[in-house]
Design a protein around this ligand. Structure first.
Ligand SMILES: O=C(O)CCC(=O)C(=O)O
Ligand SMILES: [Fe+2]
Length: 264
């Protein structure tokens, strides 16, 4: 997403120790409010407020000058290099997918790619600890991604992603090692609703920890986000890229979906 820097986030009330996240032993939690979404799930009353059952590490990975390397873990020693290589490969996958989509839609490839110029990218590494009362918590509450496209890897092949269709939740059974491609709000606007951004959430496993890596591919700022003219009468307002980002987070904090307000 179009944030910069990095953050250490803690989004659940208790925090059992874990060998999967060695940096947790060496550093206290650190927050950079300007660089992360550290909000808890919103609800009508603070008493009912629930926190997501997830520990997360959020890092800006592209463009390279946006990286806050001081916040990139140094343990294991392969972490930085591996993340660098992995995210570089993912950016190429995202570019190819954007090209295929443009071809499929009959819109100019370069115009579509121009919105994502330089392939700005952030990564969110999610660690969902097991929870005996899994039915009472959510790993990640329902949301849509405020980006073009998210590539999600089930790093330890434990399932838990669900999508909402026609008001019902369905489990996604990701193939081992496969990337799940999530369409984000920006692509829904650009494609005039031909590609729909999907509402999703993560549930927690009672016995197994779950680790996922979400790579968000967001717009290049400054830009404007609006439907391609080739795709018929606009069904969404055109909005400035920065205003979109602000609107997305403001609405999210209030438990609303910003995209709805952009529909014509
Ligand atoms: O971990 C998952 O299954 C979903 C992650 C996700 O939706 C996100 O990080 O935005
Ligand atoms: Fe998501």
């Amino acid at each position: 997403m179009p944030w910069t820097g990095a953050c250490w986030g803690r989004r659940r009330p208790t925090s059992p120790s874990s060998s999967a996240f060695p940096w947790r032993r060496s550093r206290p939690w650190r927050y950079r409010p300007t660089a992360c979404r550290a909000s808890a799930t919103t609800s009508s009353s603070p008493k009912e407020q629930k926190l997501d059952w997830v520990d997360l590490l959020f890092l800006a990975t592209r463009p390279a000058q946006e990286r806050s390397l001081d916040l990139w873990p140094t343990k294991p020693s392969t972490f930085r290099d591996t993340l660098d290589k992995y995210t570089t490969e993912l950016a190429s996958v995202a570019e190819q997918l954007f090209r295929f989509m443009a071809k499929d839609l009959g819109v100019d490839q370069e115009a579509l790619l121009g919105t994502f110029k330089g392939l700005p990218q952030c990564v969110r590494i999610n660690y969902y600890p097991p929870c005996r009362q899994a039915g009472k918590v959510l790993g990640l509450s329902p949301h849509t991604d405020g980006v073009g496209m998210t590539l999600l890897l089930h790093a330890n092949d434990v399932q838990g992603l669900q999508i909402r269709k026609d008001g019902e939740w369905f489990s996604v059974h990701a193939l081992p090692g496969a990337l799940v491609v999530n369409i984000g709000d920006v692509l829904e606007i650009l494609t005039n609703g031909k590609y729909r951004s999907i509402e999703h959430r993560a549930v927690v496993n009672p016995d197994k920890e779950r680790i996922t890596i979400a790579a968000f591919h967001s717009v290049h700022l400054p830009c404007t986000i609006g439907p391609f003219q080739e795709l018929g009468d606009a069904r969404y307002k055109t909005v400035d890229g920065l205003d979109f980002t602000k609107g997305y987070f403001a609405a999210k904090l209030e438990g609303r979906r910003y995209l709805e307000s952009l529909k014509l």
